[in-house]
Ligand binder design. Structure first.
Ligand code: NAG
Ligand code: NAG
Ligand code: NAG
Ligand code: NAG
Ligand code: NAG
Ligand code: NAG
Ligand code: NAG
Length: 831
């Protein structure tokens, strides 16, 4: 069914805080130990447990408690935690029981002092956690705070300290603390086999920097992180200027939250020091020492507190020489609001040098005044394929004094290796956030979780031909038992599809209604978000050409969606690969027209366009009469005017169908669906996969291949061989032109879904009836003269009387026989 999702997530954006201010994260697991200390130590608002009270966590054959009196505490590095330590002459481990599975910080504090016969700076040791090597043959010269995070899915976390031969290990303090699930999530998948997603990654914080502002100590961070100032990393300080307007930061409209980064980070920034020169053209560059041989997760924090009005600021963001966010327009990213925090994640390829350069520079777009900003930056090392994070060049991010060696210009060393390393494999990770209560999903579910309504009989009564009022009935919630019964207890032999989300089963409700039951893999955050989106979308949008949701079940943390059963499976299955009899040209046109209607309704049938974002032949389903219905709304988005909690500019979609402009600009419009639909049109015509790596290079990508032949005017050369000689040339020409327009490089040049619909109707007419006169000329006229009408038509607001239909809802529109309407227009407009 419609759940075969091979998502290419590219730009990542944070989303949504359903609540207002999301501060005050309370970690489910919170172990703080001041090693070697005889008394509890209070640091900020937290209490680190005295060593003797923490002995239950430790198993050590032999250890030594050490303490020292440091000079008076003068800087944040001189935490009282560093005054005592525990020495491990032999391998030892801490075991912490974990109550909330998910990512946890592991923070390790080291300060090498001399205690009796132990000179801690001579210690050499390794530390591992969860099969990850965090540190190997590590030794400490200065005050060091190492921060790691790992996803703990078992009920305990074991951290092992192993002295190197003839040496010993030590530790001054340790934290094991839950990380909010949404801080670093896994809904990252990408085309490269090398990178499977973040949830299994152990991460080490290499650098965490507050651009253009002061140090932000852990006390001012909801997750007890420390952010250091950026000056010492600037390659040329003269090119950069600080700016600060902390009070302006607005979390409440919901992109990033305080847990993503504190207000002091978002409210201060470094910008171009362009000295009021409107011709300024240079980059501001920072350089960070990193360990080569590792991939890094780089998180950029932006908040436009500089601009006076929207869309003033366009800039480029580079990692080494790769432009990772061309012509970034923060106004768009933050849904047309200024001073709203936004973050962008990218994953680098394996780093070759021991330096990572981050630059920002002006974009030429729109002749904007040249400026570029950066508010904060985090650089996190990812474990290598051996599960190790330990490199030769480990850096300690807390010790600002050791950074003086970094801010050096490394003249002409921007080598080709970087281009090679980064150009290909930059995954930008998407983050769509909804702030869920840690466990209680059902709380945020509210409209759908109305309890009490035992409504599993709704399914068969439910009728779908018309626009049901959006919120008329949310009672589609099925008890788990009913779903079990319907699917013969999820009988494996009833599986009709398997996709990223989970399995799809055929089922029958006890009143005989046939259903398709999509059962999500449990505990997947991404799955949950899509599950919710799908229910929200489908319970509001009812249309003959959109697949109907009959119900859902969220008992026992299940994520089950129940749809009307679509007898004939996917359009894709009927085009190639499944041995179905091949469809006639007329059937194909009707299917295209049906799906175009469904999409047109999505785009125009509601106050604000709904963008499907994953239009493809596998998401177009066919009922017993081969009527097409668009399915799989898990990625759909509505616009901001409706509901800010459902907006994301995360680029998602499927390979081969993805709008290149969306990819470049990260700007989501209906025209991205139009692009994908254009690819579907060619797929329908050529009956081959949109990406087929087994073909010669120029043929691999169907969109490119077909456009090449369309532009040559020889589309008939590549059509499905079973259609050869059966398509009237006029019909084919109209169809080809329509698909071509859908694939225009720029969204503005693409037709609306309404135009596409009309043109497909026309192609069908050309197939069925010979239009008298010069068909070629007619065809050309159609495009030129009809389009404006059609635009008006779908734009219900305009009271343009050129179109004489009273349209009460767009759903009605699709009920009108398009052919009739069309013929009328042909009569009045055509000659
Ligand atoms: C340091 O250790 C000595 C005994 O070895 C103890 O008397 C003293 O209280 C300790 N100091 C701290 C700060 O733990
Ligand atoms: C130390 O802190 C723990 C946990 O906060 C508490 O249970 C214990 O009573 C404290 N001990 C002292 C000596 O204050
Ligand atoms: C340790 O700190 C001192 C001064 O604080 C500095 O001179 C030295 O370079 C640092 N050593 C390392 C290995 O970072
Ligand atoms: C942790 O891993 C589990 C299974 O590998 C996954 O389901 C979960 O989403 C992950 N959590 C985070 C926060 O990455
Ligand atoms: C926290 O931030 C406030 C306001 O910016 C500042 O006055 C205070 O000194 C900060 N506290 C620490 C410990 O940095
Ligand atoms: C900014 O840096 C990028 C990447 O190194 C480079 O391609 C670009 O030309 C630079 N722009 C300017 C104006 O120097
Ligand atoms: C990090 O470790 C995990 C678990 O061992 C592994 O699945 C993943 O591929 C590793 N990451 C990289 C980049 O090799």
């Amino acid at each position: 069914m419609g759940c075969f999702k091979f998502d290419l997530f590219i730009w990542v954006l944070s989303l949504l805080c359903l609540g207002l201010l999301c501060s005050g994260f309370v970690p489910a697991d919170n172990y703080l130990i001041d090693c070697g200390s005889l008394a509890n130590t209070t640091v900020g608002n937290r209490v680190f447990l005295a060593d003797n009270l923490a002995s239950k966590y430790l198993s050590s054959p032999k250890d030594v408690v050490a303490n020292v009196s440091l000079k008076p505490i003068t800087s944040f590095d001189d935490s009282p935690l560093y005054q005592t330590a525990r020495i491990f002459p032999e391998s030892s481990k801490y075991t912490f029981s974990i109550s909330h599975s998910g990512r946890h910080w592991i923070r390790l504090y080291f300060y090498p002092f001399v205690f009796g016969s132990y000179d801690l700076s001579k210690a050499k040791f390794s530390i591992s956690a969860q099969n990850f090597a965090l540190l190997t043959d590590f030794s400490v010269q200065n005050t060091t705070l190492k921060e790691f995070s790992v996803n703990v899915t078992s009920d305990s976390l074991v951290i092992t300290f192993t002295p190197s031969s003839n040496s010993f290990a030590f530790l001054n303090a340790i934290e094991v603390v839950s990380v909010p699930d949404q801080l670093i999530t896994d809904d990252v998948s990408s085309g490269s086999e090398k990178f499977q997603g973040l949830m299994n990654q152990a991460l080490e914080t290499a650098w965490r920097v507050n651009m253009g502002g002061p140090i932000v100590s852990f006390e001012n961070d909801t997750l007890w992180r420390t952010w250091v100032p950026d000056q010492s990393f600037l390659v040329n300080e003269n090119l950069a200027k600080d700016f600060s307007n902390i009070a302006a930061v607005k979390y409440d409209v919901g992109l990033a939250t305080e847990d993503i980064a504190p207000q002091t980070v978002y409210g201060t920034l470094t910008e171009m020091n362009s000295a009021d020169n409107p011709n300024s053209n240079f980059n501001v560059t920072w350089e960070f020492t990193v360990d080569p041989g590792f991939q890094y997760l780089v998180r950029f924090h932006f908040c436009d507190v500089v601009s006076k009005s929207l869309n003033q600021l366009y800039f480029n963001v580079y990692v080494d020489s790769s432009n990772v966010a061309p012509d970034l327009d923060l106004s768009t990213m933050t849904i047309n609001k200024l001073a709203v925090p936004y973050y962008l994640d990218i994953v680098t390829a394996s780093i070759v040098r021991n330096k990572l350069r981050i630059s920002i520079g002006p974009s030429a777009v729109n002749n904007a005044y040249p400026n570029a900003i950066l508010n904060g930056l985090e650089i996190m090392k990812m474990n290598n394929s051996a599960g190790s994070l330990s490199g030769t060049n480990s850096v300690s991010f807390s010790n600002s004094s050791s950074k003086s060696n970094v801010g050096v210009i490394v003249g002409a060393s921007v080598g080709s290796f970087i281009a090679v390393a980064l150009a290909g494999v930059l995954f930008v990770l998407c983050r769509r956030r909804k702030r869920l209560a840690d466990q209680g999903h059902s709380k945020t579910w509210s409209p759908f979780s109305m309890n009490g309504t035992n409504s599993h009989t709704m399914g068969s009564k439910y009728s779908y031909g018309t626009t049901a009022s959006a919120a008329s009935n949310y009672s589609y919630r099925f008890p788990f038992g009913v779903v079990q019964e319907a699917t013969n207890n999820f009988d494996e032999s009833w599986v009709i599809g398997i996709g990223g989300f989970g399995k799809v089963y055929k089922g029958t409700l006890n009143d005989g209604t046939k259903v398709a039951v999509k059962r999500g893999n449990p505990r997947s955050q991404q799955g949950l978000a899509e599950f919710r989106t799908e229910i929200e979308m489908l319970s509001q949008f009812r249309h003959r050409h959109l697949v109907s949701l009959i119900g859902y079940c969220d008992d026992k943390n299940e994520m089950i969606l129940i749809y009307e059963y679509m007898e004939n499976g996917t359009l894709k299955g009927h085009l190639y690969g499944s041995g179905h009899p091949s469809l006639s040209w007329k059937q194909r046109l009707e299917i295209c027209i049906g799906s175009a209607r469904g999409l047109h309704y999505l785009h125009t049938g509601y106050a604000k366009a709904v963008i499907h974002r994953d239009v493809k032949s596998a998401n177009i389903l066919l009922d017993e009469n081969l009527m097409a219905k668009v399915a799989d709304f898990g990625l759909s988005k509505t616009g901001p005017e409706i509901d800010q909690t459902h907006v994301s500019t995360a680029v998602k979609g499927s390979f081969g169908y993805l709008d290149p402009e969306y990819f470049r600009r990260q700007q989501l419009t209906e025209k991205s669906d139009v692009y994908s639909f254009g690819v579907v049109l060619f797929e329908v015509l050529c009956a081959r996969p949109v990406i087929d790596p087994s073909l010669p290079r120029e043929m691999v990508n169907l969109a490119e291949w077909a456009m090449k032949w369309q532009k040559k005017g020889q589309l008939e050369q590549i059509i499905d061989s079973t259609l050869a000689g059966k398509i009237r040339p006029d019909s084919l020409r109209k169809f080809g032109e329509t698909a071509e327009k859908c694939l225009a490089d720029y969204g503005v040049d693409r037709p609306s879904m309404g135009d596409v619909l009309w043109n497909l109707e026309y192609a069908l007419q050309l197939q069925e009836t010979e239009i008298p006169g010069d068909a070629e000329e007619n065809s050309t006229n159609m495009i030129g003269e009809l389009s404006p009408q059609i635009n008006n038509y779908s734009n219900v607001d305009t009271n343009d009387s050129a179109v004489q239909f009273e349209v009460s809802s767009v759903d009605d529109l699709s009920g009108v026989s398009m052919s009739k309407v069309f013929s009328q227009l042909v009569k009045s407009e055509g000659r």
